[in-house]
Design a protein around this ligand. Structure first.
Ligand SMILES: NC(=O)c1ccc[n+]([C@@H]2O[C@H](COP(=O)([O-])OP(=O)(O)OC[C@H]3O[C@@H](n4cnc5c(N)ncnc54)[C@H](OP(=O)(O)O)[C@@H]3O)[C@@H](O)[C@H]2O)c1
Length: 296
């Protein structure tokens, strides 16, 4: 039962907390997450009394954690690795963005029900737009076939990419994803051995693998970029380190480059919009994310 307040300062504190907006991120592990720094900065900037918490949930506990969220006074939450696909099957309603992505990265709590959204794809497109890269009409080569590749590929199909080619270390995963997405647009899979040929045709390269991510910062998913036309932008969804080995190499060869921080910030700003009706302050969130990254 809730404390009744009165003269007791501890109870008064609890009463105050009842007015706080509660938000958080469910993932496992969460030590790496920049989302609490980003969202707490956004709440401060908007003058919203609230807190965004890291909520570390091991996979077997996800269903229980979501059931808890239904009953707790949370406005919503983000969902990250490894729970995005599992959350898709556990929410009460799915927004079109989540259906399209086949995964949930944002939960909105309404009347004790959880509505699943996905802002990853729109966040990716917003980061491209910010860098003045229009994917419409381009042949895009995506490395990877995991959750990030799925979100990005679905968004690129929707944005009118001329062709999407998926290359993954384990080829069957790319074939399955390409077959699924091919219903909506021109998507096919290729094998790793065809990399040079596919690079030669690409007009935009996206790394959606985790190769090059801290602590294996020296690694790059592609060793030789010489076949890629110089005008083709290179995007790496990895944002730690900045730049990744792939982006450092691409930049040295004259390609326009973009790291994953923009996608992270924009997907967060869009989640904020789902919760509060107005997108989060992108520049404030970016500064907070960069500061948290640099403080590590
Ligand atoms: N910027 C953002 O906002 C944002 C959002 C989401 C994700 N990301 C980043 O995107 C990356 C992928 O995330 P995810 O959620 O898609 O992860 P995931 O579902 O676990 O998929 C990982 C992908 O990386 C590939 N991979 C792993 N190790 C590899 C290696 N040594 N060589 C070649 N390929 C390898 C996997 O290939 P196999 O299938 O062959 O194992 C798979 O395609 C992560 O670095 C994540 O931080 C960034």
């Amino acid at each position: 039962m809730r404390p009744s307040g009165g003269e007791d300062p501890e109870n008064e504190k609890d009463e105050e907390r009842a007015d706080l907006e509660l938000l958080g991120i469910l993932g496992y592990p969460l030590g790496h997450s920049l989302s609490p720094a980003m969202h707490n900065a956004a709440l401060r900037e908007r003058g919203i009394a609230g807190i965004y918490l890291p909520l570390e949930v091991p996979p077997p506990s996800l269903a229980g954690a979501l059931e808890g969220l239904r009953h707790l006074p949370f406005r919503g939450a983000n969902v990250t690795v490894p729970h995005k696909e599992a959350a898709f099957g556990l929410v009460d309603e799915l927004a079109p963005s989540a259906r399209k992505a086949g995964a949930v990265n944002t939960l909105q709590r309404r009347g004790g029900l959880l509505i699943g959204h996905n802002t990853d794809g729109a966040g990716f497109l917003a980061s491209l737009a910010e860098a003045d890269v229009d994917p419409a009409g381009r042949r895009v080569l995506i490395l990877g076939a995991g959750g990030a590749a799925r979100a990005v590929a679905a968004a690129l199909v929707g944005a009118g990419a001329a062709e999407l080619v998926l290359i993954n270390r384990h080829a069957p995963r790319a074939q399955e994803l390409a077959a699924e997405l091919a219903e909506g647009g021109p998507v096919r899979a290729a094998v790793w051995e065809a990399m040079e040929e596919e690079l030669g045709r690409a007009e935009l390269l996206v790394n959606a693998t985790c190769v090059g991510m801290h602590p294996r910062a020296g690694e790059s998913p592609v060793e030789d970029l010489s076949a890629l036309p110089q005008a083709a932008p290179v995007v790496d969804l990895v944002y730690n380190p900045r730049p990744t080995a792939l982006l450092a190499r691409a930049r040295a060869m004259g390609h326009p480059v973009l790291d994953g921080l923009g996608m992270l910030v924009h997907q967060g700003a869009l989640s904020f919009g789902i919760w509060f009706g107005e997108d989060g302050p992108v520049q404030v969130m970016r500064r907070a994310a960069v500061a948290a990254l640099e403080a590590r």
